[in-house]
Ligand binder design. Structure first.
Ligand SMILES: Nc1nc2c(ncn2[C@@H]2O[C@H](COP(=O)(O)OP(=O)(O)OP(=O)(O)O)[C@@H](O)[C@H]2O)c(=O)[nH]1
Ligand SMILES: [Mg+2]
Length: 316
């Protein structure tokens, strides 16, 4: 023993110094919330597309270091809901806000006059316990000089404990964001094993990947009318005794016409969706994949409570 041993303050042990907490990523659709989650984790956990309303559920990603564990919660974009699925998405997002130790409200600085909706501000003000950070995202798209007045403007309103400009896409500013978040964490336990990245099942990532490709390939209302459910998910031995992951997934559309569009001429659209999804799933699962996609109709599933529940994941 030498006098160089670290001194612990009275009544505390190394373990009690551990900090942990829930950090909710909130904001309007398309501002870059899922991109931020993926950049923080260094892995693609949440699907990302140029279209709004990509995310429909809470997606938890876990960061563990020697000193802390942060559970980041990506959420659906906040909007005026027009049908049940959308109101469930908004409810899910506000739900994540209520449980959070820290809230990251993300805005897109590249949009002209991006204002934060009054409702969001009211909801945030109601949360007395949580630390609130304003994340000015997509700074790679704007002249840095435009940021200063924006920061001053928000500072005057004193709504936020911290304002951090970042680019979720390039990673600029993300490490300072993480440092700042860590200072806001309360003392707490290790909630998840230290090597766990998420608490969602692999099936979820598979169905999300298929939905991402539908959003990228099909247009207008079509991808929004889709839900994807993995029906079968099984490792099988091939003749050469290598293993392959066999996946059968169903794409549910709301109308026959949408189903026809998703299938495409001679099945060309669904085939492309399947090919692109398979490549991503192989990367994610680190093994060869055989993906079989079927398209079917479930009339008005987005407006029907029991159908929403049946398609899984939407109602908690
Ligand atoms: N240039 C630039 N683009 C970004 C940045 N962050 C996100 N994007 C793009 O913005 C679009 C939307 O990103 P998402 O991460 O899906 O946004 P989101 O907030 O999760 O959207 P919803 O799930 O629909 O609410 C995608 O095309 C991203 O590539 C950024 O920092 N810079
Ligand atoms: Mg998203």
């Amino acid at each position: 023993m030498t006098e160089n041993q670290p001194q612990e303050s009275e009544g505390s042990s190394g373990e009690q110094d551990f900090r942990s907490g829930y950090v909710s990523i909130i904001g309007a659709p398309n501002v870059g919330k899922s991109t931020l989650l993926n950049t923080i984790l260094g892995q693609k956990l949440a699907i990302v597309t140029p279209k709004p309303q990509t995310t429909r559920n809470q997606i938890r990603g876990i960061v563990t270091t020697d000193t802390h564990q942060i559970i980041f919660v990506d959420t659906p974009g906040l909007m005026d809901p027009k049908y049940l699925l959308q109101s469930e998405m908004v409810r899910t997002a506000y739900g994540a806000m209520r449980d959070a130790d820290v809230i990251l409200l993300v805005v897109d600085v590249s949009r002209q006059n991006e204002a934060i909706a009054t409702e969001i501000i009211e909801q945030i003000q109601r949360l007395k316990k949580a630390n609130k950070m304003l994340i000015l995202n997509k700074i790679d798209l704007v002249d840095k000089r435009t940021l200063l007045p924006l920061i001053e403007d928000f500072n005057e309103k004193s709504l936020f404990d911290e304002i951090v400009p970042i680019s979720a896409k390039t990673g600029d500013g993300v490490s300072s964001l993480l440092e700042q978040v860590a200072t806001f964490l309360p003392s707490g336990p290790l909630y998840y094993p230290e090597d766990q990245l998420s608490d969602l099942p692999e099936r979820f990532f598979i169905s999300e990947t298929v939905r991402e490709k539908l959003l990228l390939i099909t247009k207008r209302e079509v991808p929004y009318s889709c839900a994807v459910v993995v029906e079968e998910f099984e490792k099988r031995k091939r003749r050469n005794s290598d293993e392959i992951l066999y996946i059968r997934a169903i794409i549910y559309a709301e109308k026959q016409t949408q189903k026809q569009i998703i299938i495409g001429k001679g099945g060309n659209i669904v085939k492309r969706v399947g090919e692109l999804a398979r490549l991503d799933i192989e990367k994610f699962m680190e093994m060869p994949v055989y993906l079989e996609l079927y398209v079917t109709v479930k009339t008005n599933w987005r407006r029907d409570r029991s159908k929403l529940k049946e398609l899984g994941g939407f109602l908690e």
